[in-house]
Each structure stands twice: as structure tokens, then as C-alpha cells.
Design a protein around this ligand. Structure first.
Ligand SMILES: *[C@@H]1O[C@H](CO)[C@@H](O)[C@H](O)[C@H]1NC(C)=O
Ligand SMILES: *[C@@H]1O[C@H](CO)[C@@H](O)[C@H](O)[C@H]1NC(C)=O
Ligand SMILES: *[C@@H]1O[C@H](CO)[C@@H](O)[C@H](O)[C@H]1NC(C)=O
Length: 450
């Protein structure tokens, strides 16, 4: 009974956190809002969260009063949200470690006089041992994996504030860093900010326009800057009192030993909205399918060189993103690229002029940015093992002290260059090349409100 009450109240909380009734946008059903939110998550996360509830044991469903769920719930989103909560509920009786580390740690920000740094710990998240047979291992053939979402996650300020920088890490109960060397892998963490004052620049149309990919990181744990020191323009992400956060994590165990971890997000903020600050938005451009749902999958640069699950079909190739077209005038402050092993450079173009080329650095014992897909693919990866080869450990970005102007109607796109003869790629269990990535976040300063 207690579990059921908890589940129901969590769901009501999750659903009412979506500010649908505030404006003319009330015509959108809540489920549509939630559906769009979930569509914005990495597809594997969404699939796992949906499947978790469908696959819950009849006994557990009955205990939770959800036996007729499949009949009542045709909406996959509500199912996924419930699925995520079920993850929590299933662990309700599992002893979890207590942590002496406070949930919020506040200090002076080193970025700017008058700015504050808040480090917030979210969790704990259980990472299953690699021998555990669970939904994730059945669905993805990847062991030790767990996927979660948290709606209405704690924000760094309760009123309005400007976000200058955001960074992520993973920690154990005592505050030590959980990393590959001690058996934990932060596959991804995604922070979506949504609300009726949110205006997304990447996917501005329909409901997607009210939710913004504020932050995405993989195991390399790169910070995202919404301001640049020494730039002639002041910028920052305007976080409003009415905005809501959703956090999705995918964590992986490298060892056959259960782990409890906390995701940490470190925010540098200034209170209020000082007038001299422009709106700093990160505009994401990536190779592969369109970033926005409901748009045609057509790339003006021709046929893709990737399979549906992003595996390369050639050993040496270049791949362009679908161009993004700006709807406002602004200033490009800088760009930061991310590739997987095998990548040699990422280029950024404004209209057809190259404004940035960035190179990944490889080292032995690097993070090894690779996917964990398991679909059919064409290319063998070679005779190495993943620990034999150099991995990308960092990729430098481009930062402009004199920002590059971008006008309404201008386009921005990237070209990712791969050469698996120069750098071996990560391989899967079958010895095939794993998924490739090319993604760039460009910081653009626009007038506020955007
Ligand atoms: C900003 O300028 C100062 C003084 O020239 C320099 O020490 C600092 O490294 C610069 N910061 C960045 C991020 O370029
Ligand atoms: C795929 O590779 C070919 C040959 O390098 C190139 O012309 C084409 O533009 C690439 N496709 C995309 C979508 O970038
Ligand atoms: C891998 O090893 C086999 C057996 O030694 C050899 O025949 C093959 O050419 C090697 N493949 C590569 C890509 O080096």
C-alpha cells in the first residue's frame, strides 16, 4: 500500500510539474508534453525505460495496483515515466549507503567575481554488477547497465539566475570520483530544461520548442560554457524561476560488483538577470539523423556513410550534419566537438565558410569514447582489443575573443572526419567497428529574451 501511494504521488508530481495550463499552450495535452520530453532523450534510454514497465513481474504490477496497465496505458511516455519510477520502487527495500557528503555544496565561483558555485549531488543510483541478468542486459546485450530519469530535479537557484558554466561527474558515497579506473562508466547524462518560457533554438517548432538540451556529457565529462572569459560579449543561459529540469542518466559497471553512485552537477551562476548579459545558448549540430523529430531525414550533402545505428560503412570517410538555420541574429562565441575513436577532426562551417577545425587527442588509457551498440554492421575492427589501442582523451574546441556574427537565415553545419587506418576504432564483442559520433555544441549569444 505504501509503495502504491508513493508511486501514484510521484507520478502526479511528475505530471503536474509540466506547466501546461499557464498559457495559450493549454491546448497541448500533458501526455504530448511528456511524449516530446521523452523523445528528446537518447533512444536507447527511452526504449529501456518503456520496456521496464512492460516487463515488470505480474506480482509487482499487482502490488502496485498496475495490473491492467497495458490496457489502460496506450501512451508509451507515461509508461516510460512509470518505468523509471518502478526502477526506484523496486529498489525501495534494498539497503543503500548513506552519504556524509551534503546534497548541495556552495562556494565562491572561480569564474567571475560575484558568481556562486553550487555543486549538487543527485542520487544515489545503483549500478548493477556485470553478472546481473536484468532488462538492460536482455535488451541491449550490455551488462552492468542502468537507465534512469528524474523529472523536476533540483535546480541551482529557485528564482531567476544566469548560468555561466555546467559540469558533471560521478561520485561514490564518500565523495571520491567514480571512474573507469575504479569500475564505473558515466555513459551519458542529459539535462533538459523545459517550461513555457523556454525557447529552444535547435528545434524551435511545436512542443520541442519548449524544451532545451541544456547539457549533455559522456564519460569524458566535459564542462559546458555559457560564457567565455575575455570575450568582448557577456553571455549566460537565463534560467527562469518557472523552468523545470529533467535529468536522464545511463551508467555502466565495468566490474561484477554492485555500486552506488551520485551524479554531481556543478553550476556557476549569478543571481538575477543583469541587463548586460546576452542569452548564451548552445546550438547542437550532429551527424546522423535529424536532431528534431517530425522533420524529413534529408541531408543536402547526399547519402549518409553510416548505418541506421551509426556504424561506419567505410574505413575512411567524411560525414556532414544536416545544416541548422538561425532564426535570429547573434554572435558565435565558440564551438566544442566530440567524436569517437577513429575520428581525426571536426570542422564547423557558417554558410560555406569554415570557422573552426578541432582535433581529438589520443592517448593510451584514454576514456575510449565508443558506442555500445550491437546491431549488424559491415566492418571488422582489426585484431586489437579495446585496451590495446590509444583512445581519445580530450578534444580541443575553438573559442573566439572576437565572436563571429551570425544572421537570421545563416546556416551552421559540421563535417566529421574519420580514418580507421590512422586510429583504430572501438570494437564490439563480435569484433566489428562500433558506432561513430560527430557532435558539436556552439555557444551563440542572442539578445534576451530570445
Ligand atoms: C583571459 O585573460 C587573462 C589575462 O590576459 C589570461 O590570464 C587568461 O588565461 C585568459 N583566460 C582565457 C580563458 O583565455
Ligand atoms: C558520404 O561520403 C561521401 C564521399 O566522401 C560524401 O561525398 C558525402 O557527402 C558523405 N555524406 C554525408 C551525408 O556527409
Ligand atoms: C588478424 O589476424 C589474422 C590471423 O593472424 C590475419 O590473417 C589477419 O590479416 C589480421 N587482420 C588484420 C586486420 O590485421
Amino acid at each position: 500500500m505504501r509503495l502504491r501511494t508513493l508511486l501514484v504521488s510521484l507520478c502526479v508530481y511528475a505530471v503536474t510539474a509540466v506547466p501546461v495550463e499557464q498559457t495559450a499552450e493549454a491546448r497541448f495535452a500533458k501526455t504530448n508534453v511528456l511524449n516530446t520530453l521523452l523523445q528528446s532523450l537518447p533512444s536507447r534510454s527511452r526504449m529501456i525505460l518503456e520496456a521496464r514497465l512492460q516487463n515488470a513481474s505480474p506480482a509487482l504490477k499487482s502490488k502496485l495496483g498496475l495490473s491492467d496497465l497495458n490496457k489502460r496505458q496506450s501512451d508509451p511516455v507515461t509508461v516510460a515515466l512509470l518505468g523509471s519510477l518502478l526502477n526506484e520502487v523496486q529498489l525501495w527495500n534494498t539497503p543503500r549507503p548513506t552519504s556524509p557528503v551534503p546534497e548541495v555544496q556552495t562556494s565562491k565561483s572561480p569564474l567571475l567575481n560575484g558568481a556562486t558555485r553550487h555543486k549538487i549531488r543527485y542520487g544515489p543510483y545503483r549500478i548493477p554488477p556485470t553478472s546481473e541478468k536484468n532488462l538492460e542486459s536482455q535488451l541491449t546485450h550490455t551488462s552492468g547497465l542502468t537507465d534512469t530519469i528524474k523529472v523536476n530535479a533540483k535546480k541551482p537557484c529557485t528564482g531567476d539566475c544566469i548560468l555561466l558554466r555546467l559540469g558533471a561527474s560521478l561520485e561514490y558515497a564518500d565523495g571520491t570520483v567514480a571512474k573507469q579506473a575504479n569500475g564505473a562508466w558515466l555513459h551519458h547524462a542529459v539535462v533538459l530544461n523545459f517550461g513555457f518560457q523556454v525557447r529552444d533554438a535547435v528545434c524551435p517548432d511545436g512542443l520541442q520548442g519548449y524544451m532545451e538540451h541544456l547539457f549533455e556529457t559522456g564519460n569524458e565529462r566535459t564542462d559546458i560554457d555559457f560564457t567565455l572569459q575575455n570575450s568582448s560579449i557577456k553571455s549566460g543561459y537565463h534560467l527562469r524561476a518557472g523552468d523545470t529540469f529533467l535529468i536522464n542518466t545511463e551508467l555502466m559497471n565495468m566490474e561484477d560488483k554492485e555500486k552506488w553512485t551520485w551524479l554531481t552537477l556543478t553550476y556557476d551562476v549569478i543571481d538575477g538577470f543583469p541587463a548586460e548579459y546576452k542569452e548564451g545558448k548552445v546550438v547542437w549540430t550532429s551527424i546522423g539523423p535529424p536532431r528534431c523529430s517530425g522533420v524529413p531525414d534529408v541531408n543536402p550533402f547526399g547519402q549518409t556513410n553510416l548505418t541506421k545505428s551509426q556504424q561506419p560503412v567505410r574505413t575512411v570517410f567524411t560525414e556532414y550534419s544536416i545544416p541548422w538555420v538561425s532564426r535570429k541574429n547573434g554572435w558565435i562565441m565558440g564551438s566544442n566537438g566530440h567524436m569517437h575513436d577513429g575520428g581525426t577532426s571536426t570542422e564547423v562551417f557558417k554558410n560555406d565558410q569554415r570557422i573552426c577545425i578541432s582535433y581529438p587527442h589520443y592517448s593510451m588509457g584514454g576514456h575510449g569514447m565508443g558506442g555500445m551498440g550491437h546491431d549488424k554492421r559491415q566492418l571488422r575492427a582489426g585484431n586489437h582489443t579495446n585496451t590495446d589501442i590509444e583512445h581519445i582523451d580530450v578534444q580541443e574546441g575553438c573559442f573566439y575573443t572576437d565572436p563571429v556574427p551570425i544572421k537570421k537565415g545563416d546556416s551552421l553545419y559540421i563535417r566529421a572526419n574519420y580514418d580507421f587506418t590512422a586510429h583504430a576504432g572501438m570494437k564490439n564483442k563480435k569484433g566489428e567497428l562500433d558506432e561513430v559520433m560527430g557532435i558539436v555544441g556552439s555557444l551563440i549569444a542572442f539578445d534576451y529574451p530570445y
